[in-house]
Design a protein around this ligand. Structure first.
Ligand SMILES: C[S@@+](CC[C@H](N)C(=O)[O-])C[C@H]1O[C@@H](n2cnc3c(N)ncnc32)[C@H](O)[C@@H]1O
Length: 275
């Protein structure tokens, strides 16, 4: 594999003498594609709104992207801060916000952020925690702890069951994605790395694969994690054993919601959200 281009995509392009132009899935034109891919996906919203109803104070949406979760939370009348590493993704969110809503949209790395506020609920949707390696997750947990209000809740999702298993198997297939003029065929390729503990995914518009062309390949690199690993990490860090519940989805994709709160000493909890 060269860069984040999978062997399946390399071979498909080589067949017609095309060359790849690698782009991050969450930057530039990748963000338009991502929004088309998941924009209408309502998964997790019901569960996050239910958590929000039980939580007091502001809500922090981490890796908020185009605001798939942020916007329903804002519409429910809550004070929400959205952080994301990609300003391009946050631009989609800013455009989609209801008029006169005041949402703080902040470009920040979920592994290291200091917002100077504490939150009653901190959420990470769309299984985005799998974007982080083990070191990144331990930094994330520390940052979340610093931003949780006393009794605050930390909730995030991860794939479960057959959906989790499918993330550990290399594959390439064509998938229809809603486009400006109807559905467009995309080649999706998933390649395993690091002995199966990480995966690289590529998305390529099939119509772009023409002789001699430079073809945009949208890429992302994720980690293969299950709820057992994540629950153990939380407890080792000082969070309570998480409650684990299934997320209801229309697509049949199996998603699990992990919900926890800080169980360590209040002294550790009190070391400031801005350090
Ligand atoms: C799968 S999308 C999730 C977007 C949105 N929460 C949703 O539910 O559709 C993952 C998001 O994580 C962001 N991201 C990737 N690495 C990040 C990091 N280290 N810190 C913050 N955001 C990150 C990407 O820019 C992208 O918007």
């Amino acid at each position: 594999m060269s860069g984040l281009i999978t062997e399946a995509v390399s071979a498909r392009l080589a067949m017609v003498g095309a060359v790849p132009r690698e782009l991050d899935l969450y930057a530039g034109v990748g963000t338009d594609f991502y929004e088309r891919l998941v924009g209408s996906d309502r998964a997790e919203i019901r569960e996050m709104l239910a958590l929000a109803r039980q939580a007091e104070g502001p809500i922090l949406d981490i890796a908020a992207g185009g605001g798939r979760l942020t916007i329903p939370l804002v519409r429910s009348g809550r004070d929400v801060t959205a952080i994301d590493l990609s300003d391009d993704m946050l631009s989609h969110l800013r455009r989609a916000l209801p008029e006169e809503s005041t949402v703080e949209c902040i470009v920040a790395d979920m592994r290291d952020f200091s917002l100077g506020r504490r939150y009653g609920l901190v959420v990470i949707g769309a299984t985005s925690i799998t974007l982080l390696d083990s070191d990144g997750r331990s930094r994330l947990y520390a940052a979340v702890r610093r931003h949780l209000a006393a009794g605050g809740v930390f909730a995030f999702t991860v794939a479960g069951g057959a959906s989790a298993q499918s993330l550990a198997i290399p594959r390439d297939q064509e998938i229809g994605v809603p486009g400006p003029q109807g559905e467009e065929a995309y080649l999706f390729a998933q390649q395993m790395e690091e002995g199966g503990s990480a995966r690289v995914v590529n998305w390529v518009r099939v119509a772009d694969i023409t002789a001699g062309a430079e073809v945009t390949v949208l890429t992302s690199r994720l980690h293969v994690l299950d709820h057992h690993i994540l629950a153990r990490e939380l407890v080792d860090t000082g969070f309570a054993v998480p409650a684990i519940s299934p997320v209801r989805t229309d697509s049949g994709v199996e998603i699990l919601l992990l919900t926890t709160s800080w169980a360590g000493s209040p002294a550790a909890e009190d070391d400031g959200a801005s350090d």
